[in-house]
Design a protein around this ligand. Sequence first.
Ligand code: NAP
Length: 360
Amino acid sequence: MKSIQKKTRVGILGATGMVGQQYINLLVGHPWFQVTHVVASSNSAGKSYGEAVEGRWHMKNALPETIKKLMVYTVDDLASVKKNCDFVFSALDSDIAKIWEEKYAEAGIPVVSNASTHRTTSDVPMIIPEVNPEHLDMIKIQQKNRGWSKGFIVVKPNCSIQSYIAPLAALHKKFTLKSVIVTTMQAISGAGHPGVASLDILENVIPLIKGEEEKSELEPRKILGSVKGNAIVSDTSFTISAHCNRVPTIDGHLACVSFSCEKKPSEKEILNAWKNFKGVPQELDLPFAPIQAITYTDEANRPQPRLDRDNDKGMTVSVGRLREDPVLQWKFVGLSHNTIRGAAGGGILIAELLKAKGSV
Ligand code: NAP
């Protein structure tokens, strides 16, 4: 991993939650970033981070002593956040994010957000670094629109679409997507902690994740859209229909995807498009970038959440089972780790790209 001399100081909003803990976990030893500020609800504020997560630290790795000692702040303490860090990752619930993220940006603090609040805001870029890095051009326009000087908001999309958006983006560029039908099987950790009650999810599948299907049908169009004038204009040339289900796996969102394109690609053309999908430019040497943004497996019964979610440090999208679809043209299975690629790892990769571009 590339290292730089002075680490950028990072704050985490919602630091004690499922995604916040994953940020802490993944940022231990990060060569560019150092966690120096943590924010949570008034139940946790005023305690040390170690006290605040006592009995509810869900990561496999032990909590480092330096992080244990950090004091937890309330979200409204903008003076402390300005003093303690250079930018923040927001892992707040969307109703809290709605109140605070703009105030942070207005106060000069860049925000990389996991919340859904600003995903449909037309001057807020929603970034998957391998797919639409050019949307970061929107930051300057956003600052001008809002009269902000240093602060801005960049968001990461919904966790489940990351299991298939890169494979679809690779195909859209070459063959122009027309129709997509996706059925997701989403892990329990996607609902935060404690999430879904065990009596509801064990030996069961819940065919509703509130708001998820709407997000899955809208967000890919914005990601594959383009910057025009003062806004990002969604690509409406294709349609997605989504079924989103909660299933009893702990981590890893699986997606079964059928699609058709303007002109039907061959199997070889699809596999080549995935194999040659570039990802972030290697010369940027981003520490969290996967070696392969899309990893295709020929094994007939893969990818599987338990076996494949951690591939390439949880940052690659594992794809398999490409076969012809008798209704649309082709179908495949995609998988990504929802709290890494789909949440904290995806946020870290965005921040690394911002750092490489000098925006944080
Ligand atoms: P979570 O486990 O419920 O954590 C929520 C966090 O927000 C906790 O740190 C909580 O602090 C804090 N919080 C609650 N009220 C607050 C307030 N008034 N002021 C400041 N902090 C407050 O939720 P999560 O799963 O980590 O999700 C966080 C966000 O990421 C959500 O917007 C979610 O939709 C999004 N997301 C989640 C996933 C996933 O896989 N889980 C993936 C992508 C995006 P306390 O501990 O003190 O209560």
